[in-house]
Ligand binder design. Structure first.
Ligand SMILES: Nc1ncnc2c1ncn2[C@@H]1O[C@H](COP(=O)(O)OP(=O)(O)OP(=O)(O)O)[C@@H](O)[C@H]1O
Ligand SMILES: [Mg+2]
Length: 305
């Protein structure tokens, strides 16, 4: 049996050349994209996917060219939320064309190809060893998607990341310094603590952290047309206001906005309908404000941390 010492160079696999070729293909594919922004958190279920989609909607309403890559391959939610479940991947002029929402946002989500009753399976070389291969296979798949779809000329490509502080860092590492990060938290100490860990982990790399948005920042009661506390309103968990006042000290990054919980937003996410009637509601105004803050932050040359 041959040992590692017997293998000369790359063992004839051309692995380094293949990696370099893939990287070039991805860079070429994303050459027309002005800004790459990853929406992450570390914490699960805080509204990363919801805010990604509706922030994209607010930016699209300003006439910007936007696409979303749902990087949560195991729990893809953009297909349902954006209304592109069952969308077909058809050949474009050179690569695969992106499915589009009714308001013109390009969306790649595994949920378009895999029904919710099925899980994404990665082949494993040996039983009990799937954990060894999983991350490698996931990133190989992401590489394939970045290289195979027509991203074209875009103002913004938003990555909807899966939960997990260490995975947030893996994506930062994989996507490289061109990608900036927007983090999402909710007004609980548990969530802020996890997001603070993500900030600390990201600070060791070269990606720009633009700031964070506080989601579920109060509950919008339609009957009384008022925002009420959703979490305990002690000073440490009090929601920030839409301008980011009252920012908790644990998150030492800029607050780009605060979005209340609105049951109608949840319903639209479940049914995959774009939110056209929102502009005059607190959620609509909060998303508008967030979109502006994000654009200002992206255009500013100052590093956010
Ligand atoms: N501001 C909001 N108003 C109403 N519903 C919301 C709001 N934010 C999120 N939700 C709802 O909360 C649920 C969780 O949100 P979402 O799936 O976006 O979280 P996530 O952080 O992407 O979760 P995961 O970590 O699993 O990817 C969804 O059903 C969504 O519709
Ligand atoms: Mg999600």
């Amino acid at each position: 049996m041959k040992g590692y010492h017997d293998i000369v160079g790359d063992g004839g696999s051309r692995i380094l050349e293949q990696v370099a070729e893939q990287r070039t293909r991805i860079a070429d594919g994303l050459a027309g994209v002005r800004h790459l922004v990853a929406v992450g958190s570390g914490k699960g279920g805080v509204g990363k996917s919801t805010l990604t989609l509706h922030l994209a909607g607010a930016l699209r309403a300003r006439g910007l060219r936007i696409a979303i890559l749902d990087a949560d391959f195991n729990g893809p939610s953009q297909a349902r939320m954006a209304g592109v479940q069952g969308a077909l991947f058809v050949p474009g002029s050179q690569k695969v064309a992106l499915p589009r929402t009714s308001n013109g946002i390009g969306v790649f989500s595994m949920g378009s190809v895999i029904p919710e009753s099925e899980a994404l399976e990665f082949e494993s070389e040996a039983h009990g060893e799937s954990h060894t291969w999983r991350a490698t296979r996931e990133f190989a798949l992401l590489t394939e998607i970045l290289g195979s779809f027509e991203w074209g000329e875009l103002d913004l490509l938003l990555f909807d990341l899966p939960p997990g502080a260490e995975r947030t860092v893996q994506y930062a590492d994989f996507l490289g310094p061109r990608t900036s990060f927007l983090l999402v938290t909710i007004p609980s100490e548990v969530s802020r603590g996890v997001v603070a860990r993500s900030v600390a982990a990201l600070s060791k790399g070269s990606n720009r952290v633009l700031g964070y948005v506080e989601n579920m920042s109060g509950y919008y009661c339609r009957d009384c047309d008022a925002i009420k506390p959703l979490f305990d309103s002690s000073p440490s968990t009090r929601p920030v206001d839409a301008l980011g006042q009252g920012r908790p000290s644990i998150l030492e990054i800029p607050c780009l906005g605060a979005v209340p919980f609105d049951p109608r937003l949840a319903r639209h996410c479940d049914s995959g309908m774009p939110l056209t009637e929102l502009p005059d509601t607190p959620v609509g105004r909060a998303l508008e404000h967030l979109a502006q803050q994000l654009l200002d932050s992206l255009e500013s040359k100052e590093p956010s941390r």
